[in-house]
Design a protein around this ligand. Structure first.
Ligand code: HEM
Ligand code: HEM
Length: 209
């Protein structure tokens, strides 16, 4: 008797490219800001400016990713995953999106409340001027100073949230792959539709976004 096989349900190429590009840019951005304590004084401005540019790029890419996701439903998780794990994965993905938007947004707000923001323009990779958030720039100095610390604090704590959640996200992906024996990483990696063992009663595959 031949055992029925269910093909791996993959994300679309566009979703994969955006996932890995955003993950790479976030990693670079965190490395850049961590390097600030170890680099010569004269390079710090360049590094922080690059951090802002990468961060704004991440914001744009995440918004594109969400638009793409709205139009192209992600593939369902394998039927064999326990319901609780499916719910947890779904909640973790929502939280990751909240952080991927909240971090650059709070950084942009923090930067807009910087007292020197009026004199030192922000430029996206030195290509063109990137606007600051005008209502924040225009508040009176004492409030602006408070907002600067507030948004800086939010930015700082969201970064800790991101470290924790990305750590769990990677651990969960590796657990599904190597502990449970599912083709988990392949869902986010292009390839031919290799089959994953399934029960003979598995439903026929449907084309996924
Ligand atoms: C900064 C780093 C990362 C972030 C912010 C991130 C974020 C996300 C998000 C938000 C999703 C859900 C996609 C959606 O449903 O629209 C996802 C899916 C996924 N990620 Fe990541 N990711 C990161 C790094 C990684 C790494 C390093 C791995 C590999 C170990 C990985 C493996 C996966 C896999 C396999 C999926 C598909 C989950 C599924 O089965 O549906 N991610 N990621
Ligand atoms: C992927 C997006 C981003 C990530 C992951 C990120 C992460 C971080 C982290 C981890 C820190 C150090 C916080 C601390 O230890 O207190 C930081 C600082 C900072 N970030 Fe971001 N950030 C992002 C986007 C942005 C954006 C878009 C801007 C501005 C437009 C920005 C502006 C800043 C500034 C001004 C600092 C303080 C730098 C200093 O004075 O040392 N960030 N960021």
């Amino acid at each position: 008797m031949t055992v029925a096989q269910s093909p791996i349900r993959r994300y679309t190429r566009t979703a994969m490219v955006l996932h890995w590009l955003i993950a790479l840019l976030i990693t670079i951005n965190v490395a850049l800001i961590w390097s600030v304590d170890y680099i010569p004084e004269e390079r710090i401005r360049f590094v922080i400016d690059s951090h802002k540019s990468f961060g704004i790029t991440v914001l744009g890419l995440v918004l594109m990713r969400l638009l793409w996701r709205a139009a192209n439903r992600p593939p369902d998780l394998p039927d064999s995953y326990p319901r609780a794990e499916k719910r947890t994965a779904h909640a973790a993905h929502i939280a990751l999106y909240v952080l991927m938007i909240g971090l650059p947004l709070s950084g942009w707000m923090h930067d807009s409340a910087w007292k020197a923001a009026g004199e030192i323009k922000m430029s996206l990779f030195g290509l063109f001027e990137w606007p600051r958030i005008s209502w924040i720039m225009n508040v009176e100095p004492v409030t602006k100073e408070r907002l600067h610390s507030l948004f800086g604090g939010i930015h700082h704590w969201l970064a800790y949230g991101l470290y924790g959640l990305v750590g769990l996200h990677i651990a969960a992906a590796l657990k599904h792959q190597f502990w449970d024996g599912h083709a988990e990483l392949q869902r986010m990696w292009p390839g031919r539709d290799a089959a994953e063992p399934a029960t003979p009663s598995s439903p026929a595959p449907r084309r996924q976004a």
